[in-house]
Design a protein around this ligand. Structure first.
Ligand SMILES: Cc1cc2nc3c(=O)[nH]c(=O)nc-3n(C[C@H](O)[C@H](O)[C@H](O)COP(=O)(O)OP(=O)(O)OC[C@H]3O[C@@H](n4cnc5c(N)ncnc54)[C@H](O)[C@@H]3O)c2cc1C
Length: 376
């Protein structure tokens, strides 16, 4: 009996589990390790915050999915990996040996070592921690205790989260409406998107009364403000009783001591077969891994597309075969960016368009995606 350990219930792994449920690999003992029974679907996270979706609608329940795939689910975090010994150590210190290991544990927000972030900011990931802090923040806003909220990160995720939070808080009719600020160290918001997308979102932020601080790098976070430094070295203070940290993707710290080959940013180095470039028995997908030489963003759509290739390659490696499939990242991906209310902007290379119908289109795509993992 071969042992397969699947670490993390990320976007690629849910597809692996679904494919294994549809056709079970023979003579394989499968173990799924995840700290959470419910894994969030990032596309619906802003909608959950805005109040358009419930927790259940925006999360995949790993328990029935694992059972359907014939996998044992261990509700723990993997804390360490010794790739040379082929052993994963869980948070409680117990060890699991494997023949084949697959890692899809996502990423964490960048630059959390900025002074004060650990004490005063709310990182958007892990999502479980963010949702607990968001519930607390809503209660504080209801009590009229929050004057200002700053979101750090001017990418699509930061802008979507800001607009979703603002929309939701307005529904609560608080005695004091918090002022919102968006802080980004880039000269403009959404630098990776076309001008048309940026101008629609800039207009929306202005309509919503959001103060946008561009080219401001946060150097300190305090209980009631953050301090940033402009490109010419000036210090600027932004008042905020709550700071949401939605910076780019950084790798989970525990990968550093795994013995796996990592790239310069400490993500797992993989080849086009989604296999570790240093250890044949290890596969990795999603945000935590990067294909050497390929240039594609850390985004859920890539993790989703890796799922079927990963499922095939794990099956093949377990059977001792060598007919692994190549994964080629798509050159550009459609991004559907929601703006708080049931309205969204589509961004496809240089093309941009928006409307309520774009939100309904996104809603349809997202619900269809989730339905695939409720087949158990
Ligand atoms: C607000 C927001 C909105 C976004 N919207 C979009 C969008 O619309 N479209 C898009 O393409 N991308 C979007 N993204 C980006 C997207 O979230 C990531 O690119 C995507 O989640 C990566 O998928 P993944 O499979 O690598 O990891 P994840 O989806 O993050 O899943 C990782 C899983 O691993 C688990 N895990 C973590 N550490 C461990 C451990 N040590 N042991 C075991 N399990 C572990 C986690 O609990 C989690 O369930 C958004 C991001 C944010 C923050």
């Amino acid at each position: 009996m071969k042992k397969l350990i699947i670490v993390g219930g990320g976007h690629a792994h849910v597809e692996v589990l679904r494919q294994f449920a549809l056709e079970k690999p023979r003579a394989v003992e499968i173990t799924l390790v995840s700290p959470d029974r419910h894994t969030p679907y990032s596309g619906m996270l802003p909608g959950l915050v805005a109040g358009h979706y419930t927790f259940e609608q925006s999360h995949i329940d790993l328990q029935p999915l694992a059972a359907w795939a014939g996998a044992r689910l261990i509700l723990q975090q993997a804390g360490a990996l010794d790739a040379a010994r082929r052993v994963v150590t869980l948070a409680d210190g117990s060890e699991l040996g494997y023949d084949i290991l697959s890692i899809d544990v996502g990423s964490v927000p960048l630059a959390q070592d900025v002074p004060g972030v650990a004490d005063h900011a709310i990182p958007v990931k892990p999502v479980r921690g963010f949702l607990a802090a968001w519930a607390q923040l809503q209660a504080q806003v209801r009590a009229g205790a929050v004057r200002g909220i700053a979101v750090v990160g001017g990418g699509a995720a930061g802008v979507e989260m800001l607009l979703a939070m603002q929309y939701r808080l307005a529904q609560l009719n608080p005695p004091l409406v918090p002022a919102f600020a968006l802080v980004t160290d880039t000269p403009q918001v959404l630098p990776q998107h076309a001008r048309g997308v940026r101008s629609v979102l800039e207009r929306r932020l202005a309509q919503c009364g959001v103060t946008v601080h561009r080219a401001l790098r946060v150097s300190r976070v305090m209980a009631d403000a953050l301090i940033g430094r402009t490109t010419d070295g000036q210090e600027q203070r932004v008042a905020a009783d709550a700071v949401l940290w939605v910076t780019g993707a950084a790798p989970p710290a525990w990968l550093a001591d795994s013995g796996l080959a990592l790239n310069d940013k400490k993500f797992i180095n993989i080849n086009n077969n989604l296999q570790s470039s240093s250890n044949d028995s290890v596969f990795a997908a999603g945000d935590c891994a990067t294909i050497a030489g390929a240039n594609y963003p850390k985004s859920g759509v890539y993790a989703v597309r890796q799922g079927p290739v990963l499922a095939h390659n794990l099956r093949c490696a377990l059977a001792g075969g060598s007919a692994l499939l190549d994964y080629t990242p798509q050159k550009k991906a459609l991004a559907l960016i929601s703006t708080g209310e049931r309205h969204a902007i589509a961004s496809w290379g240089a093309i941009a368009f928006h409307g309520d119908w774009v939100w309904r289109w996104k809603d349809h795509i997202d619900r269809a995606f989730m339905a695939k993992y409720r087949g158990a």
